[in-house]
Design a protein. Structure first.
Length: 81
């Protein structure tokens, strides 16, 4: 087998290994996504139940002093010492 043929065979084998690796990874990610979607649905149902038991009309969140509850997940620009 010539060097060019060996290089091609090596590249084909590497490509096949990568295809198999990413197929497995895609399957794992699909399973994680499915679990997260199920958890999201469960949490949405739980929020609706809690809102209902608190007497909040469906689709509206309870506000305090006219301010909605918000979350800030941004990271600081400077490292915290």
């Amino acid at each position: 087998m010539s060097d060019a043929q060996e290089t091609i065979a090596s590249l084909e084998a590497r490509l096949q290994a990568l295809v198999e690796h990413y197929a497995v990874e895609r399957g794992e990610m699909a399973e994680q996504l499915s679990q997260l979607l199920e958890e999201n649905d469960r949490l949405k149902r739980q929020v609706k139940q809690l809102e209902h038991s608190a007497g909040v009309p469906l689709g509206q969140s309870q506000e305090s002093n006219g301010h909605a509850l918000t979350f800030d997940f941004s990271l600081p620009d400077q490292p915290v010492s």
